[in-house]
Write a protein that binds this ligand. Structure first.
Ligand SMILES: *[C@@H]1O[C@H](CO)[C@@H](O)[C@H](O)[C@H]1NC(C)=O
Ligand SMILES: *[C@@H]1O[C@H](CO)[C@@H](O)[C@H](O)[C@H]1NC(C)=O
Ligand SMILES: *[C@@H]1O[C@H](CO)[C@@H](O)[C@H](O)[C@H]1NC(C)=O
Ligand SMILES: *[C@@H]1O[C@H](CO)[C@@H](O)[C@H](O)[C@H]1NC(C)=O
Ligand SMILES: *[C@@H]1O[C@H](CO)[C@@H](O)[C@H](O)[C@H]1NC(C)=O
Length: 323
């Protein structure tokens, strides 16, 4: 009997190493599910494929589909100049190679030559393979320089809803998955003009990315598995809303006159949004160490001269290693 309990204890210890250590834990503060969840009618409009944008549960759940005839998508009515943007997303089940689901900020419809963009992209899935999450950003038309990073998940993103959030303000951009920061891009001198700096709308789309999304484009969309359905819930947008069609005099009003936010949390300039806590940084390093498998900053074949912000990371890395 004593042996039984000892071995059970041993198994528990082992499990906690294998299991818990492998799953990044969200470190406080928790940022998603703090703000009001926005119903479709209160914050969004269809962008395309309207018949494939289904508003369910009074608009608190939106299913967007890719079918043989069309992809689909919706976007925020307002533009935002910094803020916090979050959604619970459930990805298409079963075979979805070539299908891209995107949750992103962009102003490409307004600034065709010098647009800004901050992206979460989910790149189609083949059973047995791991799902791929890609993050990327462009600032002021920096489309010549892709700043992609790619991650695997520590869960099955098609099994249920998980939270994907973007913090964007004058200090940095942070991508979070279930409240675990997975990437931070500082508004440093090196990023300069490539840091997104004009009001953007929030988008959710699903489309055919056959040419590149899965295994370098060798696995195009197979419409025998259509419709491909991605679900969005718990939509949150808090920050500096700016009305492009009826702008105030001069520049957008934010940042500077940042409105007082609900619950005293200020997504544009509040401490929890302009800096990561030490536990958040530690969680981010663990998540990146384990789940990031591509970073443009390590792609020497692509960039013989690395974008300048990559050097910042390296300098920090080497100074840490020299300690
Ligand atoms: C922006 O202002 C215009 C004109 O006042 C108004 O019709 C529109 O609904 C506003 N948009 C938003 C998102 O508030
Ligand atoms: C997914 O695949 C399983 C097993 O092949 C099948 O039973 C199920 O109906 C499929 N689900 C959908 C939504 O197509
Ligand atoms: C961003 O800036 C903060 C504060 O200076 C620093 O601690 C952090 O390491 C930087 N992050 C990146 C990814 O460079
Ligand atoms: C963004 O691009 C425009 C047009 O190319 C340029 O005039 C402007 O100075 C740029 N802004 C920044 C912040 O680099
Ligand atoms: C919408 O998505 C949810 C969650 O993924 C799913 O359970 C539901 O069947 C979908 N509804 C429709 C009408 O497609």
């Amino acid at each position: 009997m004593a042996y039984f309990w000892r071995s059970l204890l041993l198994q528990l210890v082992l499990l906690s190493f294998l299991g818990v250590a492998a799953v990044p834990q969200a470190a406080p503060p928790r940022l998603s599910w703090v703000f009001r969840h926005i119903a479709f009618a209160d914050g969004f409009v269809d962008v395309y494929g309207g018949e494939n944008v289904q508003k369910l549960r009074n608009g608190m759940l939106v299913n967007i589909s890719l079918t043989r005839s069309s992809g689909s998508g919706f976007k925020s009515r307002a533009d935002y100049y910094y803020g916090f943007f979050s959604a619970g997303i459930k990805l298409p089940v079963n075979y979805s190679a070539g299908v891209v689901v995107a949750f992103y900020l962009s102003n490409a419809e307004v600034f065709s030559r010098n647009h800004d963009e901050i992206d979460f992209e989910f790149l189609g899935h083949i059973e047995g393979d791991e799902w791929v999450l890609q993050t990327n950003l462009y600032g002021n038309g920096s489309v010549g320089t892709g700043r992609e990073e790619r991650f695997h998940f520590w869960f099955d993103p098609a099994a249920t809803f998980h939270e994907y959030s973007i913090i964007w303000n004058h200090r940095h951009i942070v991508f979070l998955v279930d409240d675990v920061p997975v990437r931070e891009v500082n508004h440093s001198a090196a990023m300069a003009g490539a840091f997104p700096g004009k009001p953007m709308s929030l988008y959710a789309t699903i489309w055919d990315g056959s040419a590149w999304a899965t295994r370098g484009g060798t696995r195009p969309v197979d419409y025998a598995y259509a419709p491909f359905v991605a679900s969005f819930a718990a939509l949150e947008m808090e920050g500096c809303a700016w009305n492009r069609t009826a702008p105030g005099p001069g520049e957008p009003p934010c940042p500077g006159g940042v409105p007082v936010q609900r619950l005293g949390l200020r997504p544009v300039d509040g401490r929890d949004f302009v800096e990561l806590s030490p536990p958040q940084r530690a969680a981010m390093e663990r998540a990146r160490g384990r789940f990031m498998f591509y970073s443009y900053c390590r792609d020497g074949a692509r960039y013989s001269v690395m974008p300048p912000e990559c050097g910042e990371g390296k300098r920090r890395l080497s100074s840490r290693h020299n300690k």
